[in-house]
Design a binder for this molecule. Structure first.
Ligand code: SAM
Ligand code: SF4
Length: 302
């Protein structure tokens, strides 16, 4: 199904929880966020109904995110049921990796294809500070186990000025040593972190200026927000993602669902459409989905 700008909206990102076991400095306040009430969060049955409806309309890529998706009880059964929906071609998860090691094999067996692992530093003490208590070794063990069981893994790294921007080389080298893609995502001002984001922002241009050896390569997927670069003969690629200044709106194929069941047609817009109410009234959610296709902005203004 296409929107009025001819974009084929075939990619659904669905957040299954607002909860997280980390408190990354740029993402959450130290004491966490005010949690949603249990009854306000969509059940897995409701989430499944939504995804099934979208798949019927042409969605072939589904990404499960959060909060931290692996903290939600029942996530494996949910992933298995989503993986059985045809024709999903790409089922992925974005995770902080802390719980990945014991779950990687089961995730693979239940039908997950890919993992985007968020990892911002390779130094244990720094990791603890940045995540406010996390254990780097858990994440590294999760990364290696996911690769071992045959999941496709990418690393996402958010650079924070003065905190981890001296590790750019180390992350780039992982494209060679591990042979996987590493993507640097520019820090975004979200919620309460506006001042933090301004003072800690590292631009992707500064990475390119400092690393002239990175050679741009053609985009395999025009709907990807990342520009890709090759480091030496590395098997993996270096990706640069500029969520604010990016200009891929004309290729944007994404729709997002929040844990409470709001459908967001654009990350940068305030438009939110309520799927939960019709779901709980036993009504069709199709009209809401069609509205999302109609109101997805042509581009964001930031
Ligand atoms: N907890 C999971 C994780 O960390 O991968 C999934 C949810 S987290 C919100 C998804 C991604 O958003 C992570 O890669 C994280 O680094 C990124 N993120 C969070 N806050 C951000 C911000 N202010 N700017 C840029 N990326 C951010
Ligand atoms: Fe945010 Fe993910 Fe960090 Fe949790 S692990 S605080 S959701 S970035």
């Amino acid at each position: 199904m296409e929107d009025k700008f001819g974009r084929k909206l075939n990619y659904l990102r669905i957040s299954v929880t607002d909860l997280c076991n980390y408190r990354c400095q740029y993402c959450m306040p130290e004491n966490g966020i005010e949690h949603l009430k249990h009854e306000d969060i969509l059940s897995f049955e409701e989430l499944y109904t939504i995804i099934r409806e979208f798949v019927g309309l042409g969605v072939t890529k589904v990404r499960i995110t959060g909060g931290e998706p692996l903290v939600r009880h029942g996530i494996l059964n949910f992933i298995e049921s989503v993986a059985r929906l045809k024709p999903i071609e790409d089922l992925a998860i974005t995770t902080n990796g802390s719980l990945l090691k014991p779950l990687a094999q089961s995730l693979k067996d239940r039908g997950l294809h890919r993992v985007n692992l968020s990892l911002d530093t390779l130094k244990p003490d720094r990791f603890k500070l940045l995540t406010r208590g996390g254990n780097l070794q858990d994440v590294l063990d999760g990364l290696h186990e996911a690769m071992r069981v045959g999941l496709k893994v990418k690393i996402n790294c958010v650079l924070n000025r003065g905190i981890n921007d001296d590790e750019i080389d180390d992350f780039i080298q992982l494209t060679e040593t591990l042979g996987i893609d590493v993507r640097f995502i520019e820090l975004m001002p979200i919620g309460d972190n506006v001042n933090y984001a301004i003072t800690h922002f590292v631009s992707n241009e500064s990475i390119l200026e400092a690393h002239p050896e990175l050679v741009q390569i053609d985009a395999e997927d025009p709907s990807s927000p990342a520009k890709y670069y090759q480091y030496k003969n590395a098997k993996g690629k270096v990706g640069l993602i500029s969520p604010l200044s990016c200009n891929f709106c004309s290729h944007c194929n994404r729709l997002r669902i929040t844990p409470e069941g709001f459908l967001k047609p654009c990350l940068h817009s305030d438009i939110e459409l309520d799927l939960r109410t019709p779901l709980r009234l036993g009504e069709s959610i199709l009209p809401v989905i069609k509205e999302a296709f109609a109101v997805k902005p042509e581009k964001h203004l930031l």
